[in-house]
Design a protein around this ligand. Sequence first.
Ligand code: G6P
Length: 604
Amino acid sequence: MCGIVGYIGDGIANNVLLEGLKKLEYRGYDSCGIATIVGGTFDVFKTTKRIDGLVQYAKKAPESHIGLGHTRWATHGGVNEKNAHPHISNSKKIAVVHNGIIENYITLREMLKSKGFTFMSDTDTEVISNLIEYYYKGNLLEATKKAVDMVEGSYALGIMCIDEPNEIVVTKRNSPLIVGLGDGENFIASDFSAILKYTNRISVLENDEFAVIEKNGMAFFDKNAEPRGNEIKIIGAKENDVEKNGYDHFMLKEINESTITIKNTLSEYLKDDKIKFDLKLTNEELKNINQIHIVACGTAMHAGLNGKNIIEKLTRIPVNVEVASEFRYKNPILKENDLVIFISQSGETADTIASIELVKEKNIKFISIVNVKESTIDRMSENILYTRAGAEIAVASTKAYVAQVCVIDLFAIYLAQILKTVSDKVLKSLILELKNIHEKVQAALEDDKKYIEYAKKIKDDKSVFFLGRGIDYYIALEASLKLKEISYIHSEATQFGELKHGPIALIEEGTNSIVVSTDKRLRSKVYSNIKEIKARGANVLLITNEKSPQPEFYDDIIELPEVNELFSPIVAIVPLQLVAYHVTILKGLDVDKPRNLAKSVTVE
Ligand code: G6P
Protein backbone atom coordinates (compact mmCIF):
# COMPACT_ATOMS: atom_id res chain seq x y z
CA MET A 1 0.00 0.00 0.00
CA CYS A 2 1.19 3.60 0.41
CA GLY A 3 4.89 4.13 1.00
CA ILE A 4 6.89 6.95 2.58
CA VAL A 5 10.51 7.94 2.23
CA GLY A 6 12.21 11.10 3.46
CA TYR A 7 15.74 12.48 3.39
CA ILE A 8 17.81 15.23 4.95
CA GLY A 9 21.57 15.49 4.51
CA ASP A 10 24.51 16.42 2.28
CA GLY A 11 23.35 14.21 -0.61
CA ILE A 12 20.91 15.15 -3.38
CA ALA A 13 17.48 14.58 -1.84
CA ASN A 14 15.76 13.58 -5.08
CA ASN A 15 18.26 10.80 -5.76
CA VAL A 16 17.64 9.23 -2.37
CA LEU A 17 13.87 9.70 -2.58
CA LEU A 18 13.62 8.08 -6.00
CA GLU A 19 15.79 5.11 -5.02
CA GLY A 20 13.66 4.71 -1.91
CA LEU A 21 10.39 4.93 -3.82
CA LYS A 22 11.64 2.33 -6.32
CA LYS A 23 12.23 -0.02 -3.42
CA LEU A 24 8.70 0.66 -2.16
CA GLU A 25 7.06 0.00 -5.52
CA TYR A 26 6.48 -3.65 -4.57
CA ARG A 27 3.97 -2.59 -1.93
CA GLY A 28 1.55 -1.61 -4.70
CA TYR A 29 0.65 1.98 -5.69
CA ASP A 30 -1.21 3.96 -8.30
CA SER A 31 0.42 7.40 -8.15
CA CYS A 32 3.50 8.95 -6.59
CA GLY A 33 5.09 12.28 -5.77
CA ILE A 34 8.06 14.12 -4.29
CA ALA A 35 8.53 17.48 -2.59
CA THR A 36 11.82 19.17 -1.77
CA ILE A 37 12.62 22.62 -0.38
CA VAL A 38 14.35 24.88 -2.88
CA GLY A 39 15.06 28.56 -2.16
CA GLY A 40 12.31 28.96 0.42
CA THR A 41 9.52 27.17 -1.46
CA PHE A 42 8.41 23.62 -2.07
CA ASP A 43 9.34 22.06 -5.38
CA VAL A 44 6.57 19.48 -5.88
CA PHE A 45 6.06 16.93 -8.62
CA LYS A 46 3.36 14.27 -8.78
CA THR A 47 2.40 11.70 -11.38
CA THR A 48 -0.02 8.85 -11.99
CA LYS A 49 2.69 7.15 -14.03
CA ARG A 50 5.25 4.81 -12.52
CA ILE A 51 8.22 6.13 -10.50
CA ASP A 52 9.99 6.52 -13.86
CA GLY A 53 7.74 9.54 -14.43
CA LEU A 54 9.31 11.16 -11.37
CA VAL A 55 12.80 10.23 -12.53
CA GLN A 56 12.35 12.22 -15.75
CA TYR A 57 11.30 15.24 -13.74
CA ALA A 58 14.03 14.88 -11.10
CA LYS A 59 16.74 14.97 -13.78
CA LYS A 60 15.86 18.61 -14.45
CA ALA A 61 14.76 19.57 -10.94
CA PRO A 62 16.78 22.04 -8.86
CA GLU A 63 19.09 20.52 -6.23
CA SER A 64 17.86 20.17 -2.67
CA HIS A 65 19.05 18.42 0.48
CA ILE A 66 15.72 17.81 2.17
CA GLY A 67 12.64 16.11 0.80
CA LEU A 68 9.73 13.71 1.12
CA GLY A 69 8.52 11.07 -1.34
CA HIS A 70 5.35 8.99 -1.44
CA THR A 71 3.67 6.17 -3.32
CA ARG A 72 -0.13 6.35 -3.02
CA TRP A 73 -2.60 3.46 -3.09
CA ALA A 74 -5.89 5.30 -3.48
CA THR A 75 -8.46 5.16 -0.68
CA HIS A 76 -10.11 8.60 -0.47
CA GLY A 77 -10.39 10.10 -3.93
CA GLY A 78 -9.55 8.79 -7.39
CA VAL A 79 -6.16 8.20 -8.94
CA ASN A 80 -5.00 11.59 -10.19
CA GLU A 81 -2.22 14.08 -9.61
CA LYS A 82 -4.15 16.35 -7.28
CA ASN A 83 -4.85 13.46 -4.92
CA ALA A 84 -1.25 12.21 -4.98
CA HIS A 85 1.05 13.14 -2.08
CA PRO A 86 2.85 15.25 -0.82
CA HIS A 87 0.00 17.57 0.11
CA ILE A 88 0.79 21.23 0.61
CA SER A 89 -1.08 23.50 3.02
CA ASN A 90 -2.99 26.61 1.90
CA SER A 91 -0.19 29.08 2.58
CA LYS A 92 2.31 26.65 0.98
CA LYS A 93 4.19 26.43 4.27
CA ILE A 94 3.63 22.79 5.23
CA ALA A 95 4.14 19.61 3.16
CA VAL A 96 2.82 16.25 4.31
CA VAL A 97 3.07 12.62 3.21
CA HIS A 98 0.67 10.22 4.89
CA ASN A 99 -0.01 6.48 5.07
CA GLY A 100 -3.24 5.35 6.72
CA ILE A 101 -6.77 6.70 6.91
CA ILE A 102 -8.02 9.78 8.77
CA GLU A 103 -11.49 8.67 9.85
CA ASN A 104 -12.79 12.05 11.04
CA TYR A 105 -11.48 13.99 8.05
CA ILE A 106 -14.91 15.33 7.11
CA THR A 107 -15.40 16.97 10.52
CA LEU A 108 -11.86 18.34 10.44
CA ARG A 109 -12.29 19.61 6.87
CA GLU A 110 -15.51 21.41 7.79
CA MET A 111 -13.85 22.95 10.83
CA LEU A 112 -10.93 24.17 8.70
CA LYS A 113 -13.29 25.45 5.99
CA SER A 114 -15.07 27.52 8.62
CA LYS A 115 -11.66 29.09 9.41
CA GLY A 116 -11.20 30.01 5.75
CA PHE A 117 -9.14 27.04 4.50
CA THR A 118 -9.78 25.69 1.00
CA PHE A 119 -9.13 22.17 -0.30
CA MET A 120 -7.70 21.15 -3.65
CA SER A 121 -7.94 17.35 -3.38
CA ASP A 122 -10.49 14.70 -2.39
CA THR A 123 -8.14 13.13 0.12
CA ASP A 124 -8.30 12.71 3.86
CA THR A 125 -4.61 13.69 4.00
CA GLU A 126 -5.07 17.30 2.95
CA VAL A 127 -6.75 18.08 6.27
CA ILE A 128 -3.48 17.20 8.03
CA SER A 129 -1.32 19.70 6.16
CA ASN A 130 -3.89 22.44 6.76
CA LEU A 131 -4.47 21.45 10.37
CA ILE A 132 -0.74 21.69 11.07
CA GLU A 133 -0.64 25.05 9.34
CA TYR A 134 -3.61 26.17 11.46
CA TYR A 135 -1.71 25.34 14.66
CA TYR A 136 1.70 26.48 13.46
CA LYS A 137 3.21 29.24 15.63
CA GLY A 138 6.88 28.76 14.81
CA ASN A 139 7.37 25.20 16.13
CA LEU A 140 6.59 22.34 13.74
CA LEU A 141 6.73 19.61 16.41
CA GLU A 142 4.26 21.49 18.60
CA ALA A 143 1.87 22.13 15.71
CA THR A 144 2.05 18.49 14.62
CA LYS A 145 1.24 17.32 18.15
CA LYS A 146 -1.79 19.63 18.33
CA ALA A 147 -2.98 18.46 14.92
CA VAL A 148 -2.70 14.73 15.56
CA ASP A 149 -4.44 15.16 18.91
CA MET A 150 -7.51 16.06 16.83
CA VAL A 151 -7.20 13.10 14.49
CA GLU A 152 -9.03 9.78 14.62
CA GLY A 153 -7.74 6.95 12.49
CA SER A 154 -4.38 5.61 11.47
CA TYR A 155 -1.38 7.49 10.18
CA ALA A 156 2.33 7.55 9.53
CA LEU A 157 3.27 11.14 8.74
CA GLY A 158 6.34 12.86 7.33
CA ILE A 159 6.15 16.65 7.56
CA MET A 160 8.29 19.55 6.31
CA CYS A 161 7.88 23.28 6.97
CA ILE A 162 9.25 26.11 4.86
CA ASP A 163 10.06 28.13 8.01
CA GLU A 164 12.08 25.24 9.50
CA PRO A 165 13.90 23.94 6.42
CA ASN A 166 16.45 21.93 8.38
CA GLU A 167 14.16 19.32 9.86
CA ILE A 168 11.54 16.68 9.08
CA VAL A 169 8.99 15.86 11.77
CA VAL A 170 7.47 12.38 11.90
CA THR A 171 4.79 10.68 13.95
CA LYS A 172 2.64 7.57 13.65
CA ARG A 173 -0.38 5.66 14.92
CA ASN A 174 -1.19 2.13 13.73
CA SER A 175 0.83 2.52 10.54
CA PRO A 176 4.55 1.71 10.46
CA LEU A 177 7.28 4.32 10.38
CA ILE A 178 11.01 4.05 10.93
CA VAL A 179 13.89 6.50 10.98
CA GLY A 180 17.37 5.62 9.73
CA LEU A 181 20.61 7.09 11.02
CA GLY A 182 23.37 7.91 8.55
CA ASP A 183 26.57 9.99 8.70
CA GLY A 184 25.76 13.58 7.89
CA GLU A 185 22.40 12.42 6.61
CA ASN A 186 19.26 10.85 8.04
CA PHE A 187 16.23 9.11 6.63
CA ILE A 188 12.60 8.27 7.28
CA ALA A 189 10.62 5.44 5.69
CA SER A 190 7.56 3.29 6.07
CA ASP A 191 9.58 0.16 5.30
CA PHE A 192 13.24 -0.83 5.92
CA SER A 193 13.77 -1.74 2.30
CA ALA A 194 13.49 1.91 1.19
CA ILE A 195 16.63 2.97 3.03
CA LEU A 196 18.64 -0.23 3.50
CA LYS A 197 21.02 0.88 0.77
CA TYR A 198 22.09 3.78 2.97
CA THR A 199 21.86 2.54 6.52
CA ASN A 200 20.89 -0.39 8.72
CA ARG A 201 20.89 1.72 11.88
CA ILE A 202 17.19 2.04 12.50
CA SER A 203 14.78 3.25 15.14
CA VAL A 204 11.16 2.13 14.98
CA LEU A 205 8.61 4.69 16.14
CA GLU A 206 5.92 3.48 18.54
CA ASN A 207 2.32 4.70 18.31
CA ASP A 208 1.86 8.40 19.14
CA GLU A 209 5.59 9.07 19.36
CA PHE A 210 7.29 11.88 17.44
CA ALA A 211 10.77 12.38 16.05
CA VAL A 212 12.52 15.45 14.71
CA ILE A 213 15.08 14.49 12.07
CA GLU A 214 17.92 16.83 11.19
CA LYS A 215 21.01 16.38 9.04
CA ASN A 216 23.32 15.65 11.96
CA GLY A 217 20.99 14.24 14.54
CA MET A 218 17.55 13.17 15.56
CA ALA A 219 15.47 13.57 18.68
CA PHE A 220 12.60 11.37 19.84
CA PHE A 221 9.56 12.47 21.84
CA ASP A 222 6.86 10.55 23.67
CA LYS A 223 3.12 10.99 23.16
CA ASN A 224 3.17 14.22 25.20
CA ALA A 225 5.97 15.54 22.99
CA GLU A 226 8.38 15.17 25.95
CA PRO A 227 11.90 13.98 24.99
CA ARG A 228 12.54 10.22 25.26
CA GLY A 229 15.87 8.39 24.84
CA ASN A 230 17.13 7.53 21.38
CA GLU A 231 17.15 3.84 20.67
CA ILE A 232 18.86 2.83 17.45
CA LYS A 233 19.06 -0.81 16.41
CA ILE A 234 21.14 -2.49 13.76
CA ILE A 235 18.86 -4.35 11.37
CA GLY A 236 20.37 -7.58 10.07
CA ALA A 237 18.79 -7.43 6.59
CA LYS A 238 21.08 -6.97 3.62
CA GLU A 239 20.51 -4.85 0.56
CA ASN A 240 20.75 -7.77 -1.87
CA ASP A 241 17.73 -9.32 -0.14
CA VAL A 242 15.74 -6.72 -2.03
CA GLU A 243 17.42 -7.23 -5.42
CA LYS A 244 16.42 -9.69 -8.15
CA ASN A 245 19.88 -11.32 -8.24
CA GLY A 246 19.73 -12.31 -11.89
CA TYR A 247 16.11 -13.50 -11.94
CA ASP A 248 13.65 -11.80 -14.28
CA HIS A 249 11.16 -11.22 -11.49
CA PHE A 250 11.05 -11.21 -7.70
CA MET A 251 8.33 -13.84 -7.69
CA LEU A 252 10.48 -16.31 -9.60
CA LYS A 253 13.46 -15.58 -7.39
CA GLU A 254 11.37 -16.03 -4.28
CA ILE A 255 9.82 -19.33 -5.39
CA ASN A 256 13.33 -20.57 -6.08
CA GLU A 257 14.39 -19.45 -2.62
CA SER A 258 11.93 -21.89 -1.03
CA THR A 259 14.58 -24.53 -0.39
CA ILE A 260 16.92 -22.16 1.46
CA THR A 261 13.94 -20.65 3.27
CA ILE A 262 12.92 -24.09 4.54
CA LYS A 263 16.46 -24.88 5.67
CA ASN A 264 16.85 -21.52 7.43
CA THR A 265 13.44 -21.69 9.09
CA LEU A 266 13.84 -25.25 10.34
CA SER A 267 17.38 -24.71 11.56
CA GLU A 268 16.14 -21.80 13.68
CA TYR A 269 14.13 -24.25 15.82
CA LEU A 270 15.55 -27.72 15.19
CA LYS A 271 18.67 -28.37 17.25
CA ASP A 272 20.07 -31.92 17.18
CA ASP A 273 16.72 -33.12 15.86
CA LYS A 274 14.93 -31.61 18.88
CA ILE A 275 12.45 -28.76 18.58
CA LYS A 276 13.43 -25.78 20.74
CA PHE A 277 11.04 -22.85 21.01
CA ASP A 278 11.68 -19.88 23.22
CA LEU A 279 8.09 -19.35 24.37
CA LYS A 280 6.86 -17.82 27.59
CA LEU A 281 4.24 -20.55 27.86
CA THR A 282 4.80 -23.38 30.31
CA ASN A 283 4.29 -27.01 29.35
CA GLU A 284 1.43 -27.02 31.84
CA GLU A 285 -0.25 -24.16 29.97
CA LEU A 286 0.25 -25.93 26.66
CA LYS A 287 -1.12 -29.19 28.08
CA ASN A 288 -4.26 -27.38 29.20
CA ILE A 289 -5.10 -25.77 25.87
CA ASN A 290 -8.80 -26.09 25.25
CA GLN A 291 -9.00 -24.77 21.72
CA ILE A 292 -6.65 -23.09 19.25
CA HIS A 293 -7.67 -20.18 17.03
CA ILE A 294 -5.51 -19.26 14.06
CA VAL A 295 -6.04 -15.73 12.80
CA ALA A 296 -4.48 -14.24 9.67
CA CYS A 297 -5.21 -12.79 6.22
CA GLY A 298 -4.66 -13.99 2.65
CA THR A 299 -1.90 -16.49 2.10
CA ALA A 300 -1.01 -16.46 5.80
CA MET A 301 -4.57 -17.61 6.53
CA HIS A 302 -4.09 -20.49 4.10
CA ALA A 303 -0.93 -21.45 6.00
CA GLY A 304 -3.19 -21.38 9.06
CA LEU A 305 -5.54 -23.91 7.45
CA ASN A 306 -2.58 -26.21 7.03
CA GLY A 307 -1.97 -25.62 10.76
CA LYS A 308 -5.51 -26.74 11.53
CA ASN A 309 -4.94 -29.97 9.61
CA ILE A 310 -1.71 -30.96 11.29
CA ILE A 311 -2.49 -29.72 14.82
CA GLU A 312 -5.84 -31.48 14.90
CA LYS A 313 -4.35 -34.67 13.49
CA LEU A 314 -1.39 -34.80 15.87
CA THR A 315 -2.91 -33.40 19.05
CA ARG A 316 -6.71 -33.74 18.69
CA ILE A 317 -7.03 -30.13 19.93
CA PRO A 318 -9.78 -28.40 17.93
CA VAL A 319 -8.50 -25.58 15.74
CA ASN A 320 -10.62 -22.75 14.42
CA VAL A 321 -9.17 -20.69 11.55
CA GLU A 322 -10.49 -17.16 11.03
CA VAL A 323 -9.68 -14.32 8.67
CA ALA A 324 -8.59 -11.39 10.81
CA SER A 325 -11.07 -8.92 9.30
CA GLU A 326 -13.92 -11.16 10.52
CA PHE A 327 -12.39 -12.20 13.83
CA ARG A 328 -11.89 -8.62 15.04
CA TYR A 329 -15.57 -7.68 14.66
CA LYS A 330 -17.36 -10.89 15.62
CA ASN A 331 -16.91 -10.78 19.37
CA PRO A 332 -15.08 -14.11 19.18
CA ILE A 333 -15.71 -16.77 21.80
CA LEU A 334 -12.41 -17.01 23.61
CA LYS A 335 -11.94 -19.01 26.80
CA GLU A 336 -9.23 -18.79 29.42
CA ASN A 337 -7.36 -21.88 28.24
CA ASP A 338 -7.54 -21.05 24.56
CA LEU A 339 -4.47 -20.23 22.52
CA VAL A 340 -4.51 -17.86 19.56
CA ILE A 341 -1.90 -18.09 16.82
CA PHE A 342 -1.46 -15.08 14.52
CA ILE A 343 0.39 -15.45 11.24
CA SER A 344 1.75 -12.56 9.21
CA GLN A 345 4.58 -12.22 6.75
CA SER A 346 4.88 -8.44 7.03
CA GLY A 347 3.85 -8.09 10.66
CA GLU A 348 1.98 -4.95 9.57
CA THR A 349 -1.44 -6.16 8.41
CA ALA A 350 -4.02 -3.82 9.96
CA ASP A 351 -6.74 -6.43 10.61
CA THR A 352 -4.29 -8.88 12.16
CA ILE A 353 -2.89 -6.14 14.40
CA ALA A 354 -6.40 -5.16 15.53
CA SER A 355 -7.16 -8.83 16.29
CA ILE A 356 -4.04 -9.05 18.44
CA GLU A 357 -5.13 -5.96 20.36
CA LEU A 358 -8.48 -7.60 21.03
CA VAL A 359 -6.88 -10.83 22.26
CA LYS A 360 -4.49 -8.88 24.47
CA GLU A 361 -7.37 -6.96 26.00
CA LYS A 362 -9.08 -10.25 26.85
CA ASN A 363 -5.85 -11.60 28.32
CA ILE A 364 -5.80 -14.70 26.15
CA LYS A 365 -2.46 -16.41 25.47
CA PHE A 366 -1.16 -15.93 21.95
CA ILE A 367 1.78 -16.69 19.69
CA SER A 368 2.68 -14.73 16.56
CA ILE A 369 4.38 -16.24 13.53
CA VAL A 370 6.08 -13.37 11.75
CA ASN A 371 8.65 -12.89 9.02
CA VAL A 372 9.70 -9.26 9.50
CA LYS A 373 11.63 -8.61 12.67
CA GLU A 374 10.89 -5.31 14.40
CA SER A 375 7.53 -5.13 12.64
CA THR A 376 4.51 -3.99 14.64
CA ILE A 377 3.29 -7.54 15.31
CA ASP A 378 6.77 -8.63 16.35
CA ARG A 379 6.98 -5.79 18.84
CA MET A 380 3.50 -6.33 20.28
CA SER A 381 3.93 -10.09 20.84
CA GLU A 382 5.58 -11.78 23.79
CA ASN A 383 5.65 -15.17 22.09
CA ILE A 384 7.17 -15.01 18.64
CA LEU A 385 8.09 -17.70 16.16
CA TYR A 386 9.99 -16.27 13.21
CA THR A 387 9.85 -17.53 9.68
CA ARG A 388 13.24 -17.08 8.06
CA ALA A 389 12.11 -16.29 4.52
CA GLY A 390 14.17 -13.07 4.19
CA ALA A 391 12.64 -10.11 2.37
CA GLU A 392 9.65 -11.04 0.22
CA ILE A 393 9.08 -8.38 -2.43
CA ALA A 394 6.62 -9.83 -4.97
CA VAL A 395 3.05 -9.09 -3.92
CA ALA A 396 2.07 -12.74 -4.32
CA SER A 397 3.43 -14.51 -1.26
CA THR A 398 5.35 -17.71 -2.08
CA LYS A 399 8.38 -18.55 0.03
CA ALA A 400 6.78 -16.93 3.08
CA TYR A 401 3.85 -19.39 2.81
CA VAL A 402 6.24 -22.31 2.72
CA ALA A 403 8.07 -20.94 5.76
CA GLN A 404 4.81 -20.34 7.66
CA VAL A 405 3.73 -23.92 6.99
CA CYS A 406 7.11 -25.21 8.26
CA VAL A 407 6.79 -23.26 11.52
CA ILE A 408 3.23 -24.41 12.14
CA ASP A 409 4.25 -28.00 11.38
CA LEU A 410 7.05 -27.77 13.93
CA PHE A 411 4.65 -26.27 16.45
CA ALA A 412 2.18 -29.12 15.93
CA ILE A 413 4.91 -31.73 16.47
CA TYR A 414 6.14 -29.83 19.55
CA LEU A 415 2.66 -29.76 21.02
CA ALA A 416 2.12 -33.46 20.29
CA GLN A 417 5.39 -34.17 22.11
CA ILE A 418 4.24 -32.28 25.20
CA LEU A 419 0.75 -33.75 25.12
CA LYS A 420 2.12 -37.23 24.36
CA THR A 421 -0.63 -37.72 21.80
CA VAL A 422 1.74 -39.40 19.34
CA SER A 423 4.50 -41.94 20.02
CA ASP A 424 8.11 -40.72 20.18
CA LYS A 425 8.95 -43.02 17.29
CA VAL A 426 6.40 -41.40 14.98
CA LEU A 427 7.38 -37.90 16.08
CA LYS A 428 11.04 -38.69 15.35
CA SER A 429 10.18 -39.89 11.87
CA LEU A 430 8.12 -36.75 11.23
CA ILE A 431 11.02 -34.53 12.27
CA LEU A 432 13.33 -36.49 10.00
CA GLU A 433 11.00 -36.13 7.05
CA LEU A 434 10.60 -32.40 7.64
CA LYS A 435 14.37 -32.00 7.89
CA ASN A 436 14.80 -33.41 4.42
CA ILE A 437 11.76 -31.88 2.78
CA HIS A 438 13.80 -29.18 1.02
CA GLU A 439 15.16 -31.92 -1.27
CA LYS A 440 11.63 -32.72 -2.43
CA VAL A 441 10.92 -29.03 -2.99
CA GLN A 442 14.11 -28.83 -5.04
CA ALA A 443 12.93 -31.77 -7.15
CA ALA A 444 9.58 -30.03 -7.71
CA LEU A 445 11.35 -26.82 -8.76
CA GLU A 446 13.33 -28.66 -11.41
CA ASP A 447 10.28 -29.62 -13.46
CA ASP A 448 9.77 -26.05 -14.65
CA LYS A 449 9.43 -26.88 -18.38
CA LYS A 450 6.32 -28.93 -17.64
CA TYR A 451 4.75 -26.02 -15.79
CA ILE A 452 5.38 -23.72 -18.74
CA GLU A 453 3.68 -26.19 -21.07
CA TYR A 454 0.63 -26.39 -18.81
CA ALA A 455 0.58 -22.59 -18.40
CA LYS A 456 0.27 -22.30 -22.20
CA LYS A 457 -2.87 -24.45 -22.04
CA ILE A 458 -4.73 -22.30 -19.54
CA LYS A 459 -3.45 -18.80 -20.24
CA ASP A 460 -6.49 -17.76 -22.27
CA ASP A 461 -9.07 -19.32 -19.94
CA LYS A 462 -11.78 -17.24 -18.30
CA SER A 463 -12.00 -19.53 -15.29
CA VAL A 464 -10.10 -22.46 -13.76
CA PHE A 465 -11.20 -24.87 -11.01
CA PHE A 466 -8.93 -26.05 -8.20
CA LEU A 467 -10.20 -29.19 -6.50
CA GLY A 468 -9.15 -31.30 -3.55
CA ARG A 469 -10.25 -32.98 -0.36
CA GLY A 470 -8.86 -32.49 3.17
CA ILE A 471 -5.39 -30.98 3.15
CA ASP A 472 -5.47 -30.99 -0.65
CA TYR A 473 -8.39 -28.56 -0.56
CA TYR A 474 -6.31 -26.18 1.55
CA ILE A 475 -3.50 -26.42 -1.00
CA ALA A 476 -6.07 -25.80 -3.76
CA LEU A 477 -7.24 -22.64 -1.99
CA GLU A 478 -3.74 -21.18 -1.92
CA ALA A 479 -3.02 -22.26 -5.50
CA SER A 480 -6.26 -20.68 -6.69
CA LEU A 481 -5.41 -17.41 -4.92
CA LYS A 482 -1.99 -17.37 -6.61
CA LEU A 483 -3.46 -17.82 -10.08
CA LYS A 484 -6.22 -15.23 -9.75
CA GLU A 485 -4.21 -12.53 -8.01
CA ILE A 486 -1.48 -12.30 -10.63
CA SER A 487 -2.99 -13.60 -13.90
CA TYR A 488 -6.50 -12.12 -13.39
CA ILE A 489 -8.02 -15.45 -14.47
CA HIS A 490 -11.03 -16.17 -12.32
CA SER A 491 -10.46 -19.30 -10.32
CA GLU A 492 -12.21 -21.04 -7.50
CA ALA A 493 -11.14 -23.72 -5.11
CA THR A 494 -13.82 -26.23 -4.17
CA GLN A 495 -13.88 -29.19 -1.81
CA PHE A 496 -14.24 -31.99 -4.28
CA GLY A 497 -17.13 -33.60 -2.41
CA GLU A 498 -19.03 -30.30 -2.47
CA LEU A 499 -18.77 -29.93 -6.23
CA LYS A 500 -22.01 -31.82 -6.74
CA HIS A 501 -23.87 -29.32 -4.60
CA GLY A 502 -23.56 -26.53 -7.13
CA PRO A 503 -20.22 -25.74 -8.78
CA ILE A 504 -20.40 -28.80 -11.08
CA ALA A 505 -23.02 -26.84 -13.02
CA LEU A 506 -20.12 -24.76 -14.35
CA ILE A 507 -18.10 -27.71 -15.65
CA GLU A 508 -18.43 -28.00 -19.41
CA GLU A 509 -16.45 -29.20 -22.40
CA GLY A 510 -12.86 -27.98 -21.97
CA THR A 511 -13.11 -26.55 -18.41
CA ASN A 512 -9.59 -26.72 -17.04
CA SER A 513 -9.59 -28.26 -13.58
CA ILE A 514 -6.55 -28.69 -11.39
CA VAL A 515 -6.89 -31.56 -8.96
CA VAL A 516 -4.55 -31.86 -5.98
CA SER A 517 -4.25 -35.36 -4.56
CA THR A 518 -1.60 -36.03 -1.95
CA ASP A 519 -3.70 -37.72 0.74
CA LYS A 520 -3.66 -41.47 0.04
CA ARG A 521 -6.64 -42.16 2.29
CA LEU A 522 -8.86 -40.01 0.08
CA ARG A 523 -7.47 -41.05 -3.27
CA SER A 524 -10.25 -43.41 -4.36
CA LYS A 525 -12.84 -40.73 -3.54
CA VAL A 526 -10.86 -38.17 -5.56
CA TYR A 527 -10.68 -40.54 -8.51
CA SER A 528 -14.46 -41.02 -8.48
CA ASN A 529 -14.87 -37.23 -8.44
CA ILE A 530 -12.43 -36.92 -11.35
CA LYS A 531 -14.51 -39.36 -13.36
CA GLU A 532 -17.58 -37.21 -12.70
CA ILE A 533 -16.00 -34.03 -14.03
CA LYS A 534 -14.29 -35.75 -16.94
CA ALA A 535 -17.68 -37.17 -17.92
CA ARG A 536 -18.80 -33.55 -18.26
CA GLY A 537 -15.89 -32.54 -20.44
CA ALA A 538 -13.36 -31.21 -17.91
CA ASN A 539 -9.63 -31.30 -18.71
CA VAL A 540 -7.83 -32.48 -15.61
CA LEU A 541 -4.33 -31.59 -14.46
CA LEU A 542 -3.58 -34.07 -11.68
CA ILE A 543 -0.99 -33.14 -9.06
CA THR A 544 -0.18 -36.28 -7.17
CA ASN A 545 2.45 -38.17 -5.28
CA GLU A 546 1.11 -41.50 -6.50
CA LYS A 547 3.56 -43.30 -8.74
CA SER A 548 2.10 -43.78 -12.27
CA PRO A 549 -1.63 -43.40 -11.69
CA GLN A 550 -4.03 -44.72 -14.36
CA PRO A 551 -4.06 -42.36 -17.39
CA GLU A 552 -7.87 -42.33 -17.39
CA PHE A 553 -7.73 -40.00 -14.38
CA TYR A 554 -5.88 -37.12 -16.01
CA ASP A 555 -5.11 -35.22 -19.18
CA ASP A 556 -1.94 -33.68 -17.76
CA ILE A 557 0.03 -34.72 -14.73
CA ILE A 558 2.53 -33.26 -12.30
CA GLU A 559 4.14 -36.05 -10.31
CA LEU A 560 5.41 -35.02 -6.91
CA PRO A 561 8.03 -36.84 -4.90
CA GLU A 562 6.62 -39.15 -2.21
CA VAL A 563 5.64 -36.99 0.76
CA ASN A 564 3.68 -37.53 3.98
CA GLU A 565 0.39 -35.70 3.42
CA LEU A 566 0.91 -33.82 6.70
CA PHE A 567 3.71 -31.94 4.92
CA SER A 568 2.40 -32.01 1.37
CA PRO A 569 1.50 -28.27 1.20
CA ILE A 570 5.23 -27.45 1.33
CA VAL A 571 5.96 -29.51 -1.79
CA ALA A 572 2.69 -29.38 -3.73
CA ILE A 573 2.34 -25.60 -3.72
CA VAL A 574 5.61 -25.01 -5.58
CA PRO A 575 4.53 -26.30 -9.04
CA LEU A 576 1.26 -24.40 -8.71
CA GLN A 577 3.04 -21.16 -7.83
CA LEU A 578 5.19 -21.67 -10.92
CA VAL A 579 2.18 -22.39 -13.13
CA ALA A 580 0.57 -19.13 -11.92
CA TYR A 581 3.84 -17.29 -12.56
CA HIS A 582 4.21 -18.63 -16.13
CA VAL A 583 0.57 -17.95 -17.04
CA THR A 584 1.06 -14.33 -15.94
CA ILE A 585 4.30 -13.93 -17.90
CA LEU A 586 2.68 -15.47 -21.01
CA LYS A 587 -0.13 -12.94 -20.69
CA GLY A 588 2.43 -10.12 -20.53
CA LEU A 589 1.27 -8.90 -17.11
CA ASP A 590 3.27 -7.33 -14.31
CA VAL A 591 3.77 -10.42 -12.16
CA ASP A 592 5.45 -8.71 -9.20
CA LYS A 593 2.97 -5.86 -8.93
CA PRO A 594 -0.54 -7.04 -9.82
CA ARG A 595 -3.22 -4.40 -10.22
CA ASN A 596 -5.13 -3.17 -7.15
CA LEU A 597 -3.10 -5.29 -4.74
CA ALA A 598 -0.66 -4.33 -2.05
CA LYS A 599 2.06 -6.34 -0.39
CA SER A 600 1.16 -5.32 3.11
CA VAL A 601 -2.36 -4.18 3.79
CA THR A 602 -1.83 -1.54 6.42
CA VAL A 603 -5.37 -0.15 6.34
CA GLU A 604 -8.46 -2.21 7.07
C1 G6P B 1 -1.76 -9.09 1.26
C2 G6P B 1 -0.64 -9.74 0.47
C3 G6P B 1 -0.69 -11.25 0.67
C4 G6P B 1 -0.63 -11.60 2.13
C5 G6P B 1 -1.72 -10.88 2.94
C6 G6P B 1 -1.45 -11.00 4.43
O1 G6P B 1 -2.98 -9.44 0.73
O2 G6P B 1 -0.76 -9.41 -0.90
O3 G6P B 1 0.40 -11.83 -0.01
O4 G6P B 1 -0.78 -12.97 2.29
O5 G6P B 1 -1.70 -9.48 2.65
O6 G6P B 1 -0.26 -10.33 4.73
P1 G6P B 1 0.67 -10.66 5.94
O7 G6P B 1 1.84 -9.72 5.77
O8 G6P B 1 -0.11 -10.37 7.18
O9 G6P B 1 1.07 -12.08 5.85
